[in-house]
Design a binder for this molecule. Structure first.
Ligand code: ISJ
Length: 379
């Protein structure tokens, strides 16, 4: 059984980072200050919040259920009404050391998934396969500097840094950093919103080509099908928890510096005011944006082909004593090792029967751009 982990005094994470959690968003920044308690179990943390034993929670949920979470009950949750503003950090040169797996192996995995997606013997409709890049920094960097670089590089100011120490020994002193454009779920009073993304195309420096690429994405049957799986799953997960669920019939185009995405703004009203933002996140995760359809079959295939994803393709966010909060999908991210010089970045993409392995490899390369560009890594 997983039990709450109480922070030992003078623990290494408290030495290594001042704040166990920072989430910068276009509409404001939330930062955790100090550590009251740590939890490696999301359900134990959610119970502690509901019963009033803790007054807030911040942190990250893993991709796979049953794996340790990294949640902190902070002394205080600080809100500020703008994205994080920081001086430009001075980062050392950071280089790509290893592709995990190799590009050829990723293409092979996509081909394996395609055989199942196209087979009459399998009910798999979509699976999201990912790969990683190991990066080496010339001298140690801190999570706060990576957060500053990622947030400054995003036009909307999205960025996060999460101390993963609460997840147990192997995670002690590791940090999750990134700049996710995808809102898993947000709760403000009885208002519930989400903004699932699925379906991607690369941005282009020429504005006309760029616009045409976006328009092609918005009309692409393959991408619309990929997207529909996510919307259907969110509807099914939120319907029991919400009234007045409003979901547009068609997705709209959204963009980051590197990519166009299909996105659908979802809004509803909470049925039971006792359902917290963390409860909502646990109810909708993992969506087919990062896992697949049907969920169990896709997750089994991912674990089989990739092994443990840890916190990539999980969720990260916060929840306060009123139950309000915001949880992002953990993408466009990297894990920083305690040595401060080794980083592992992750990128994946949804595969459906009509996918092409070479295109899927290229899509992950573009997605790595969010982290690589922000950190000045040249591949
Ligand atoms: C899985 C990732 O991104 C997700 C997959 C997408 C897709 O398959 O088109 C688009 C946005 C995200 O929901 C990632 O960035 O690693």
């Amino acid at each position: 059984m997983r039990v709450p982990v109480v922070a030992p005094a003078g623990d290494r994470a408290e030495r290594s980072v001042a704040r166990p959690f920072v989430l910068s968003r276009p509409h404001g920044t939330v930062a955790a200050e100090g550590i009251d308690q740590r939890f490696d179990s999301a359900s134990a943390a959610a119970d502690a919040l509901r019963s009033g034993r803790v007054t807030a929670l911040t942190g990250a949920l893993p991709f796979a259920p049953g794996h340790p979470a990294a949640l902190t009950a902070p002394h205080a949750l600080r809100h500020s009404p703008a994205p994080l503003e920081t001086p430009r950090p001075s980062l050392p040169p950071i280089r790509i050391s290893t592709a995990l797996p190799s590009e050829a192996e990723h293409v092979d995995r996509v081909a394996t998934a395609l055989r199942l997606l196209r087979s009459d013997d399998s009910d798999l409709l979509k699976v999201v396969l990912a790969r990683a890049l190991v990066l080496d920094a010339e001298r140690p960097v801190g999570a706060d500097d990576l957060l500053a670089a990622l947030t400054r590089n995003d036009p909307l100011g999205n960025g996060f840094a999460v101390d993963l120490t609460p997840a147990g020994d192997v995670w002690a002193g590791r940090h999750l950093v990134g700049s996710s454009p995808e809102v898993l779920v947000r709760r403000q009073g009885d208002r519930v919103t989400a903004h699932p993304l699925a379906g991607s195309a690369p941005r282009h420096p020429d504005p006309e080509v760029d616009r045409a690429t976006g328009e092609r994405l918005a009309a692409s049957a393959k991408n619309l099908a990929e997207h529909a799986h996510v919307v259907d799953a969110l509807r099914a997960a939120l319907e029991p928890l919400c009234t007045d669920l409003e979901i547009p019939d068609r997705p709209s185009l959204t963009s980051t510096r590197q990519l166009w995405h299909l996105g659908t703004p979802v809004a509803g009203r909470l049925r039971d005011p006792g359902t917290t933002a963390l409860d909502l996140a646990l109810a909708v995760h993992p969506t087919p944006a990062i896992c697949g359809t049907p969920t169990a079959a896709a997750r089994d295939l991912i674990l089989d082909l990739e092994g443990d994803r840890g916190f990539y393709a999980g969720a990260l966010g916060w929840c306060d004593a009123d139950g309000d909060g915001e949880w992002m999908v953990t993408i466009r991210c990297a894990v920083l090792e305690p040595d401060g010089v080794t980083l592992t970045a992750y990128a994946g993409g949804g595969i459906v029967a009509a996918s092409d392995p070479a295109d899927e490899l290229a899509e992950t390369t573009v997605k790595f751009g969010t982290v690589l560009e922000a950190l000045g890594v040249h591949s």
